[in-house]
Design a protein around this ligand. Structure first.
Ligand code: G4P
Length: 529
């Protein structure tokens, strides 16, 4: 196969949802179709617990799971699918945001009874930042839920996206009959508790002939005719280009737990979802078929065995062909590196790979050379964009609990924050270290991992902050004045960039109003003025 063909047959995506909408169940069904797992329950039993826990064994267990299920690769109808796992737990939201930088499209799962939920909203914002194409899967049709037209209206309004249903449900809950495939003009019947087979699919060339009345009864048939007429009147024709430009999201209905509507979703997905797309660097746009290899690190995972301090850096291949044992250029460190045992993730198993193509995710063993966002190339000095850190919302001072282990503590903090577990800021006036996270669980993770992996101990002291945001300005003098004036509220991030620690929404607003020459940024990636 040529590189071009390899690229064309790859689909790298993530599933996003508010917890409980059915992401794990859908993942599992997709893997079953792809033959990546043999039994239902394989993913489910590995699921990260939904509720925050202070049980360290649980945290460790979760870390183990998230290595195993970080990337699930499988083949389906000649297409190489890479499904990237996004943690459902809210405290790991930042991990999810970063993973979304490595996908080419997403499937968003929505519970038909609950509609749009807070996490759905946040995750969609992240997709919007990168214009990621979104397919919507409306789940749990076997349960009572909202009227599908109302639900689509709600999604369109709340998420500010345009939708186009590609399948349509016939009734819902106890009387759920199945879905009508608006494109293939076929009816797929739902038999609760039974596996979906091709036997319960009927081709319906003309909705007005009597066949459908015989199958689902006259009332349901009439409602369907009426619905389809409405859909065709209200929603514009589905154009793949619009979806690829993230202007329209196709919608599928089904019930993941019953494996219903999942095949239609997967078949639709491989037909329309984008293969690897060009990506922006700080130098130029790189096309996947660029002859040179390039990629970026979007996730770093520490080894669970504290005796082996190595980590796995997850790299998304963006262009060219990655080859084992070849020298590549680590742009930030300005040196070459080669990898003798890069791993691929197929069917939840890790195996050493000799080559990888755009869209693939490979695991690189790392002894502390990588940070999230690092770029590897064949020599070109460029950096992939769009892997920002978000301004954290929870803060604690780090207090060294064992002065004899200061070095270990500093190293541990440095490395754990490279992994993206939290963000580290150093206060300007007293050099105190402040950790910022998006979830409370992260503080426990850090404390625990510092102890077990670095033999360092720390305590946390409360610091009352509203937000930390990066400050920049074209006017260097104004920026310096601000930093001087606010020195008690200023810190530096790991790159030495100035960060304003706002104590309240009001303080932030005042600072913004009084300093119109300054820009306050809420994600770490911004154009330096
Ligand atoms: P998540 O990863 O998005 O958090 O959701 P998950 O798949 O774990 O699903 C959440 C719950 O919803 C599970 O029930 C799951 O079985 C159920 N579910 C998923 N899809 C459907 C569906 O199509 N119809 C119905 N009725 N339920 C569905 P649970 O009670 O939390 O877990 P379990 O005991 O069933 O495993």
């Amino acid at each position: 196969m040529t590189i071009k063909e390899e690229i064309e047959r790859r689909r790298t995506f993530g599933i996003i949802s508010h917890p409980d909408a059915g992401k794990t169940t859908l993942t599992e069904k997709l893997l079953l179709f792809g033959g990546a797992i043999q039994t239902a329950g394989a993913v489910k039993s590995n699921k990260i617990k939904k509720h925050a826990t202070s049980d360290f064994m649980e945290i460790e267990r979760q870390r183990g799971i998230s290595v195993a299920t970080s990337v699930m690769g499988f083949e389906y109808k000649g297409v190489k699918i890479n499904l990237l796992d996004t943690p459902g737990h809210e405290d790991f939201a930042e991990d999810t945001y970063r993973t979304l930088t490595a996908v080419d499209s997403v499937i968003m799962v929505i519970d038909c009874a609950k509609g749009v939920e807070p996490q759905t909203r946040k995750l969609l914002e992240v997709c919007r930042m990168r214009n990621t194409p979104v397919i919507v899967f409306i789940n749990k049709l076997d349960r009572e839920g909202k009227n599908p037209f109302d639900l689509l209206d709600e999604i369109e309004k709340e998420l500010r996206i345009d939708l186009r249903p590609l399948t349509w449900p016939i009734s819902i809950g106890k009387t759920f009959k199945g879905v009508y495939n608006l494109y293939e003009k076929s009816l797929i019947l739902f038999n609760q508790g039974e596996k979906q087979t091709s036997d319960n699919s009927f081709e319906i060339k003309d909705l007005n002939d009597g066949t459908i009345d015989e199958i689902i009864g006259e009332d349901f048939a009439n409602t369907l005719r009426h619905d389809v007429e409405l859909i065709e009147g209200v929603y514009s024709e589905f154009e793949r280009e619009d979806y690829l430009e993230a202007m329209i999201s196709p919608v599928f209905f089904g019930s993941a737990v019953n494996n219903f509507g999942v095949r239609e979703l997967l078949d639709g997905f491989i037909k329309i979802a984008p293969p690897p797309r060009p990506r922006e660097t700080d130098v130029r746009i790189i096309k996947p078929d660029d002859k040179n290899f390039s990629g970026f690190v979007f996730k770093i995972h520490a080894n669970l065995d504290p005796k082996h301090r190595d980590r796995i850096a997850f790299l998304r291949v963006c262009s060219g062909k990655f080859e084992r044992n070849k020298n590549y250029y680590h742009v930030r460190e300005n040196r070459t590196m080669k990898f003798s045992n890069p791993t691929a993730f197929m069917a939840q198993e890790k195996s050493v790979v000799d080559e990888a193509y755009p869209g693939d995710i490979i695991g690189l063993y790392d002894s502390g050379n990588f940070k999230i966002g690092d770029t590897l190339t064949e020599g070109e000095k460029m950096n992939y964009k769009g892997i920002p850190q978000f301004s954290p919302e929870l803060f604690r001072y780090v207090v060294n609990a064992d002065p004899l282990k200061t070095k270990q503590l500093n190293k541990g903090l440095e490395q754990l924050t490279d992994e993206g577990v939290a963000q580290l800021f150093t206060k300007k006036t007293d050099n105190r270290k402040v950790l910022g996270t998006v979830g409370a669980l992260q503080f426990e993770v850090i404390q625990h991992r510092l102890k077990s992996e670095y033999a360092a101990s720390c305590n946390f002291e409360h610091i009352s902050l509203f937000k930390a945001c990066w400050v920049s300005s074209k006017d260097k003098k104004k920026l310096e004045e601000f930093i001087f004036e606010k020195s008690h509220h200023m810190a530096s991030d790991k790159e030495g960039r100035p960060v304003f620690l706002a104590e309240s929404a009001w303080a932030l607003q005042m600072a913004q109003e009084k300093n119109p020459a300054l820009q306050f940024h809420f994600i770490s990636e911004f154009k330096e003025n």
